[in-house]
Write a protein of this length. Structure first.
Length: 570
């Protein structure tokens, strides 16, 4: 039983943080984002995470615990199964004699306490813990997944299947291979991997996970397992089992650790066999605020100003995997109110959003971005999101939609914000149309965060200081700006701990460059100015380069200098 919202409501009103109407609005926002009211209060800056946890614990008459900050005893964790921990939303972290200390999302859940006491024969001492802390506790069960995976590999390896499609299809639906695939995906979800790669090599199959943007080798499987594993994926994705020469794409819905997960599957033929890549998407997982993504200061002000306009275009630009779609979904969630009709055309649909009409591009039947966009314009839309502008036809239709009373959001592939203007012109859009329709361009990259558990100060050496200064001056920054950004040379790094797998980095945050299309920039675009001229004018009007935004985040301890330079170097 989750923590009732009434507890948080009472705290907010007692502390006089919000009026009743504002509180009701916050409750609605939390419900739409499928987030707890406590998490929403923290994300909106009403309380800090520590304040919220302490106030809830005090209200419930228990102590608070942050599982990322305490040593979790293995014997305590083993006292209940992972499924019980998930079902009862409770993680044991310490055992003292007959007393079992348990972190719970709702310490007043007497039924859960009674169940754990009967299951363990111990007296439960309940603590309040936050959602993020609870997830850290669940991570201690991940070794079970690895053990299961190794066991499934051994079990299936002795039952390799070759030959007829009928035999492979039959084997693909038996328990060992079902458990093997489920375990591979479960591990990906626990590790918060964005993608799972199952790729055949000459003598084995390699399973890799993309975690925080970086690929990591996790386990190898016998090559004999590949045919049944591929068949299992094809059956679940409703693909052709006997087609091995052409790429195939599909989608799977699965439940992992009480989370609804959508897998975007891609299978391609390679020299050693078919390779599988699964994009892991948590359904309803887009409960972010712009601040959570890394927007702040002038960048946040400009984005919030642009999304209040009733028409025009907002573009997100950057390379594949830079978080553009997440940014647009976050903006959509902010705009998603009963008063507006929101329609999207995407390839593919990344996340299902309530009250949003989402259309998937299907090239096989001739449904392109341009065709989908034309159809949406006949659906009385207020707001339209186009997954990507990649050709002249789509660009012109989107521009015309922005000019005729619609707010249009889309992505485009360029290196920086100013570069999006000539990109649209290259597609065949007239300069005066671009100038009249585009309101805002957001260029972005993702950098890895420093692990908050092992963060330590890092003093630049004289050599590092000189190298960083040279790099900044290359980007045409003035010497006084460089001195201000580097300051005393004190930055931060992660020392490495269990939480981050000794890497010192955990999670990701965006760095941004937000170009607002002002009257002066409109004149430049209409006059066929270069992207360099547009960027220079943007900087004169207060636009911060991605590099500067990244360095400010590094100075504040969110990321490292090396991460910022890694993603901003061209």
């Amino acid at each position: 039983m989750p923590l009732p919202d009434s507890v948080v409501k009472e705290i907010v009103l007692e502390k006089k943080k919000l009026e009743l109407g504002e509180l009701n609005s916050l409750v609605t926002k939390a419900s739409r984002a499928k987030a707890s009211l406590a998490d929403m209060a923290v994300s909106q800056g009403i309380f800090t995470a520590e304040e919220m946890n302490d106030l809830i614990a005090k209200k419930l008459g228990v102590s608070a615990v942050d599982l990322s900050q305490v040593k979790i005893e293995k014997e305590a964790v083993k006292s209940i199964s992972k499924q019980t921990a998930l079902d009862r939303e409770a993680v044991p972290f310490k055992k003292e004699g007959r007393r079992l200390h348990v972190a719970m999302l709702n310490p007043n859940d007497l039924e859960a306490i009674d169940f754990i006491e009967k299951r363990t024969g111990l007296d439960v001492v309940p603590y309040y813990t936050s959602d993020s802390s609870y997830e850290q506790g669940i991570l201690f069960y991940k070794k079970d997944i690895q053990t299961v995976l190794e066991g499934m590999i051994k079990q299936q390896a002795s039952k390799s299947v070759k030959g007829k499609v009928e035999k492979i299809e039959e084997a693909a639906q038996k328990l060992p291979v079902v458990k093997l695939f489920d375990s591979i995906i479960e591990y990906a979800v626990v590790e918060k991997a964005s993608d799972t790669h199952i790729e055949p090599l000459e003598r084995e199959v390699l399973v890799r996970y993309r975690i925080d943007g970086m690929l990591h080798d996790k386990v190898t499987l016998p090559l004999d397992i590949l045919p049944v594993l591929v068949a299992r994926v094809k059956i679940m994705s409703n693909l052709k089992i006997d087609e091995h020469r052409l790429p195939q794409d599909g989608r799977i819905k699965i439940k992992v650790n009480n989370q609804n997960i959508s897998l975007r599957m891609s299978i391609i033929p390679t020299f050693f066999g078919e390779k599988i890549v699964a994009r892991v998407l948590e359904e309803g997982g887009q409960g972010f605020a712009l601040q959570d993504l890394g927007f702040g200061g002038v960048n946040l002000e400009r984005v919030e100003r642009a999304i209040t306009k009733p028409h025009g275009m907002i573009l997100a630009t950057g390379p594949t995997g830079s978080g553009k779609t997440t940014t647009l979904y976050t903006i959509l969630s902010k705009l998603n109110t009963p008063e507006v009709n929101i329609n999207t055309v995407e390839d593919p649909i990344e996340y299902a959003m309530p009250r949003v009409n989402q259309m998937q591009v299907n090239q096989q039947i001739g449904l392109t971005f341009a065709d989908g966009l034309r159809a949406l314009l006949r659906q009385d839309p207020d707001i339209i999101m186009v997954g990507e502008i990649r050709d002249e036809e789509t660009a012109n239709i989107a521009i015309n939609a922005a000019l005729t009373g619609h707010l249009v959001l889309s992505t485009i592939h360029t290196n920086d914000a100013a570069g999006s203007i000539p990109r649209l012109v290259d597609m065949g859009v007239e300069e005066f149309l671009v100038a009249s329709s585009v309101n805002l361009i957001i260029a972005q990259r993702l950098v890895r965060r420093i692990c908050d558990k092992c963060k330590v100060e890092d003093q630049l050496s004289p050599e590092q200081n000189d190298a960083l200064t040279r790099e900044l001056l290359k980007n045409e920054l003035k010497e006084e700006q460089v001195e201000q950004l580097i300051g005393d040379g004190k930055f931060f790094k992660g020392a490495g701990c269990e939480k981050c797998g000794k890497s010192g980095l955990k999670g990701r945050i965006g760095i941004y460059e937000v170009l607002e299309i002002t009257p002066e920039i409109i004149n430049l675009i209409a006059g066929k100015a270069t992207s360099a001229d547009i960027q220079a004018k943007g900087i004169d009007q207060g636009m911060e380069l991605m590099l500067i935004d990244g360095l400010k985040k590094a100075k504040a301890g969110a990321t490292t200098i090396s991460e910022v330079l890694r993603v901003t170097r061209e």
